[in-house]
Design a protein around this ligand. Sequence first.
Ligand SMILES: [Zn+2]
Length: 115
Amino acid sequence: MHEISLVQGLFQQLKDLAAENKATKIISVTMEIGPLSGVVIDSFQFGFDILSAEESLFQGASLIINSPEVNYRCTGCGYIESTNGARPTECLKCEELLLIPDGGDDLLLLQVEME
Ligand SMILES: [Zn+2]
């Protein structure tokens, strides 16, 4: 489960941020995790819950995850379908099967609230 190592990396980043800001507590963390980032959000949340319980800096911190939309462009007619759900199986306009995704592969730290 590579999400655990992603959370470890995130926590290292947050520790540095907290040290820079002389903060002793992380209150909330907002992440953007794209549907095509390869990250399983449930696993990421699970890793966050496990690891945050181990260190006082992160205890009680909440994780907010934004999942952005992906634009799927049809190679047949150019129609763009935006969704943050499952990948569309075919173009809604012309039933072409080859759709090219644009975006949605980001794993970003958007905002941190600390004190
Ligand atoms: Zn189409």
